[in-house]
Design a protein around this ligand. Structure first.
Ligand SMILES: *Cc1c(COP(=O)(O)O)cnc(C)c1O
Length: 385
């Protein structure tokens, strides 16, 4: 018997009380009950996103939120500045291309954080930029970007700041309003502890001005249509209502834990995972690791698929490899959402055994000890018994 553990950066594990919501009879989406649910989840999402801005609920995967953002804020022929530092950031450019938006890319080496000064420079060179498109947590490289500092730069310009927070929100500190994020894109299946199928966009007044200035070339992903219905806690088309019921349960969990505590738990899990990986002589891929996942380089002479297959087949632990140019080069361990310290310790123990069984010279217990030291230290520093 193996207990499945989805240690991936999305989809990620879903708590049982949230899963049970999915087994309830389908309710009608125009009923009073459905409206009550949307009232509650709208308030919950605002709390989790740290925003007073409007939050639109879309039925799509996270990419739908990115597409809605691009097509509604930049008219065809308009300019976007894409902070291109990984596979998901590059998706912004692909979406722009699909809609005839002129995407200027500011390229950053994969695994490195975007430099806010470089963003300021790029905006000086491209003063007609309508939207700066960045990422909170670049899932393909395991990098957290300095969104707060970039937000300050963008706030000084006429451009709006769109952030892909799909794997970041709920795992890393993200203060939408304080940090000047005009469009925050989030998906359900990562740190929000839900299955895939819902996406969210938080839209600032500065963003609405851009959106109101033209008619977006999209019927389904039309934010003006979404705003009109959201005013009455409704959606323009049939939403994935079953998932919205599950969202209510997931948001109740997050609100009960409190966002500061949620971020702190992810910080601890991420520090522990990094310490464990480093203790095994492995090299972290990112110079500024995100807090919802840990990426390490595949050691010379080993194959990522050997490591990941053994983790899965022997221990039930699912991890992911690299994407695009990182294929075969890195392994990524997710620790976001419904994940706790013991999941991280268990994964590190399995990683030690996996590497040892694959013939690498590792001393079992090293990674676990390093992680435990971080976790014990974090608790005594916080004054918790
Ligand atoms: C997962 C992810 C996406 C893509 O989301 P989908 O839900 O697969 O459409 C985009 N950006 C980031 C940073 C992600 O982690």
């Amino acid at each position: 018997m193996r207990k499945p553990r989805l240690m991936t950066p999305g989809p990620a594990m879903v708590p049982e009380d949230v899963l049970l919501e999915l087994a309830r009879p389908v309710i009608h989406h125009r009923s009073a009950e459905a409206k009550d649910v949307i009232v509650e989840v709208t308030a919950g999402l605002k709390e989790v996103f740290c925003t007073k801005n409007d939050v639109m609920i879309l039925t799509s995967s996270g990419t739908g939120a990115m597409e809605a953002t691009a097509v509604n804020t930049v008219p065809p022929g308009g300019k976007a500045l894409v902070l291109n530092a990984g596979y998901f950031a590059a998706r912004w450019a692909s979406i722009c291309k699909a809609y005839g938006i002129n995407a200027v890319t500011l390229d950053t080496e994969w695994g490195q954080p975007v430099d806010p000064d470089a963003v300021a420079n790029a905006l000086r060179q491209n003063p007609d930029t309508a939207c700066v498109m960045g990422t909170l947590s670049e899932t393909s490289t395991g990098t957290g970007h300095p969104v707060e500092a970039i937000g300050r730069v963008v706030a000084d310009s006429p451009a709006v700041f769109a952030v892909d927070g799909i794997s970041g929100v709920g795992a890393m500190e993200c203060r939408t309003d304080e940090w000047g994020i005009d469009l925050l894109c989030v998906g359900s299946q990562k740190a929000l502890m839900l299955p895939p199928g819902l996406a969210f966009v938080a839209v600032s007044p500065k963003a609405w001005e851009k959106i109101d200035a033209f008619n977006a070339h999209s019927f389904y992903f039309n934010l003006k249509a979404a705003r009109k219905k959201a005013a009455d806690f409704d959606t323009p088309y049939t939403p994935a209502h079953t998932l919205i019921l599950a969202l209510r349960a997931a948001l109740r969990r997050l609100r009960e834990e409190g966002m500061e505590a949620v971020w702190e738990r992810h910080r601890r899990m991420s520090e522990a995972c990094q310490a464990g990986v480093v203790a095994l002589g492995l090299e972290l891929f990112s110079s500024r690791p995100a807090e919802g996942l840990t990426a390490f380089r595949v050691p010379a002479g080993m194959k990522d698929s050997d490591i990941r297959n053994k983790l899965a087949e022997r221990f039930g632990i699912t991890t992911v490899g690299g994407q695009d140019k990182l294929k075969g080069k890195i392994v990524r361990i997710g620790h976001m959402g419904y994940t706790d310290e013991m999941d991280v310790i268990g994964t590190l123990a399995a990683l030690e055994m996996t590497l040892a069984e694959l013939g690498r010279d590792v001393e079992p217990g090293r990674a676990v000890t390093a992680a435990q030291q971080v976790l014990i230290g974090a608790r005594s520093a916080a004054g918790v018994g």
